[in-house]
Design a protein around this ligand. Structure first.
Ligand code: GEK
Length: 242
């Protein structure tokens, strides 16, 4: 059974910036499912995207893999045994749990776990690269160089799957989506205290962009085309084609 997320349930005198430490790793599946509308769909459908776009003998990357959900989904679906998956995260507590999850569900495609910063990982001979709710944690100025490196490391015909929390330039759109996200978290049992303490902890750490910023940046990075293939309130996933 998933350990329930109660990390922000009791009042804190001082809220420090959110960190992916052992306490987060232990409740992560429950936390992300209750906080990100559409997370389960995005994970499952990432497997289908990998099934279609993984090329024989190529590498698939899961950058900011957390507990390895997207890697597991890709491994279930990739039809080429000579592919490999490289799953990267810089939080040792998250990777430790990812290792245990991957060992419990063996598959034919090998998965290499790397404890590293995604900004420093060489992307080579790739057909599928997944950035599932990770780009939003990089400094805004570091986002374009990251996408450029991914584009350079992809084979022709390869794809980037980019999932992110969105913000909106239009005030009414922002208000509607913020309100519905709040309703989603309340409906999943989070209290007002938990919601507001977590918001404070994430304030300086998770900086969202608008859909237009993402689409423009993907073009600047060299992708010939991108599509927003999934959206639920203020969460979206794009697929960008090389
Ligand atoms: C999923 N993709 O379940 N280098 C490496 N890892 C990083 C970096 C960095 N510079 N910055 C953040 N991370 C996952 C969910 S969670 C999203 C991704 C969330 C890692 C960080 O340690 C964490 O594990 C992950 O990116 C973000 O499909 O919690 O909202």
């Amino acid at each position: 059974m998933k350990t329930p997320d109660t990390l922000f349930a009791t009042p804190r005198d001082h809220i420090v910036d959110f960190a992916f430490d052992a306490s987060v790793a232990s409740v992560f599946p429950d936390m992300i499912r209750r906080s990100v509308p559409g997370y389960g769909e995005i994970i499952a459908l990432t497997g289908l995207l990998a099934e279609r776009y993984a090329q024989p003998g190529s590498r698939c990357y899961d950058l900011g893999c957390s507990l390895g959900a997207a890697s597991l989904s890709m491994r279930r679906r990739i039809p080429h045994a000579d592919c490999s998956i490289i799953a990267v995260d810089n939080a040792p507590a998250m990777l430790e749990q990812a290792r245990a999850n991957l060992e419990q569900a063996p598959g034919t495609v090998p998965v290499e776990l790397r404890c590293a910063d995604v900004r420093e990982v060489d992307i080579e001979d790739a057909s599928v690269v997944v950035l599932n709710f990770t780009l939003q944690f990089l400094e805004p100025a570091e986002r374009l160089p990251m996408l450029q490196r991914i584009h350079a490391g992809l084979r022709p015909g390869g794809i980037l799957v980019l999932s992110e929390k969105l913000m909106f330039a239009n005030e009414q759109e922002q208000d509607f989506n913020t309100a519905m996200h709040l309703a989603f978290k309340r409906a999943n049992g989070y209290s007002e205290l938990e919601i507001s303490q977590k918001r404070t902890a994430l304030e300086n750490v998770l900086i969202p962009d608008t859909r237009e910023q993402h689409e423009e940046r993907l073009r600047w990075a060299g992708f010939q085309r991108s599509e927003c293939w999934f959206r639920c309130f203020n969460f979206a996933s794009f697929v960008a084609f090389k």
